[in-house]
Design a protein around this ligand. Structure first.
Ligand code: ACO
Length: 330
């Protein structure tokens, strides 16, 4: 598949570290030095995930020069849907992609990369030609705003990439790796609460609802700095790629210290590590396409550039892909 367009959308409201410290016991210096985050966008009550993701999808279609009815597939990576039965069909309707099949995929911060790889299989199989892969999350819904260990880290956003079937020799997906380790699931959860409702004599059912996001930050940090270099090294090795050949490292934007540690492991100069988490924090499934779209639009990422990308997060899950950006065709 060829990567031929990108688009993104973020909520208007930006909340700085200083502003947040009026709500919870934290401060700008702690957040910046531990994470690199300076501000995050927060979606208001009337800005649902469907609206945000649909704006990103439309911007992506415009960039690729496609009309919505040319789409065969929409995959939405999200952990914060508007509807647990699926939010992708709402996006399909909002943008008018009447021929596309649309479904959600959940793999937390690895979700976008997993969705991109999934879409790539349909396109490579020959049954579909054009797909939109969207990463969108609104974790502000699921944070405990009194828990300073988690609420300072996350923000809301949405972004999409347009991918098109092409001859294998021209593919922009040069290789990939995907991993899960559910035995470490408890490190980072947004789990169903344990509330029961009595129905009949001797019969009760669970009541739907989720507890706020919970994270063991140090365990997740150790996981990321161990597994991300490892999976990237495997991928580079398998594809016969030297780190010097990479134009960009495009990593999940969780923490600047994680980005720096991965770059140092491969001796990639920090100028070639894409980073925008200062402005948006961790937008979960949206970070990778949000960063890509910004760098495509400001001209840093150009047609033919080689990017090593890695997503990692809850599950635990992690993955990597070696990508070549094409950009809009003719
Ligand atoms: N403001 C001020 N102080 C704070 C804050 C805060 N926001 N949060 C924690 N502290 C305090 C703690 O209470 C602790 O104080 P104490 O020593 O008096 O008890 C101290 O700071 C150190 O806390 P640690 O948790 O040890 O801080 P650490 O250096 O580990 O940094 C952090 C925490 C930034 C969360 C780090 O562990 C990290 O980045 N982990 C990875 C997180 C991540 O990437 N998660 C997302 C994965 S993606 C996904 O799928 C959603």
């Amino acid at each position: 598949m060829a990567l031929v367009g990108s688009g993104s959308a973020v909520p208007a409201a930006s909340v700085s570290n200083e502003a947040l410290s009026a709500r919870v016991d934290t401060n700008d210096d702690w957040i910046r030095t531990r994470t690199g985050i300076a501000a995050r966008r927060i979606a208001g009550p009337d800005e649902g995930l469907t609206a945000l993701a649909s704006r990103a999808a439309q911007a992506c279609l415009d960039h690729a020069g496609w009309s919505a009815d040319q789409l065969d597939l929409i995959v939405l990576a999200t952990s914060s849907p508007d509807d647990l039965f699926g939010t992708a069909p709402r996006i399909q309707a909002a943008i008018g992609a009447r021929h596309a099949v649309a479904f959600d995929l959940t793999a937390a911060c690895s979700g976008f990369l997993f969705a991109l790889i999934t879409a790539g299989q349909y396109l490579a199989g020959g049954s579909m030609t054009r797909a939109l892969v969207i990463g969108a999350d609104q974790l502000s819904r699921w944070l405990d705003w009194d828990d300073r260990r988690t609420c300072v880290l996350f923000g809301d956003g949405a972004a999409a990439v347009a991918v098109e079937a092409c001859p294998a020799a021209e593919s922009g997906l040069l290789g990939f790796r995907m991993r899960s380790d559910g035995s470490r699931n408890a490190c980072l959860t947004l789990a169903q609460t344990d509330h029961h409702q009595p129905l009949l004599e001797g019969v009760s059912a669970q009541r739907g609802g989720f507890a706020p996001l919970q994270m063991n930050g140090q365990e997740v940090y150790k996981f990321a700095v161990r597994e991300v270099p490892q999976i990237l090294a495997e991928l580079l090795d398998a594809t016969g790629t030297h780190a010097e050949a990479l134009d960009w490292l495009l990593l999940h934007q969780a923490n600047q210290r994680i980005l720096d540690a991965v770059a140092d492991r491969f001796a990639v100069p920090h100028e070639r590590v894409l980073s925008n988490l200062a402005h948006y924090g961790n937008t979960s499934a949206a970070t990778i396409p949000l960063m890509l779209d910004e760098a495509v639009r400001d001209g840093r990422v150009q047609s033919g550039h080689l990017l090593a990308s890695s997503g990692f997060g809850a599950g635990l899950s992690w993955g990597a892909a070696l990508l070549r950006w094409s950009g809009p065709r003719g």
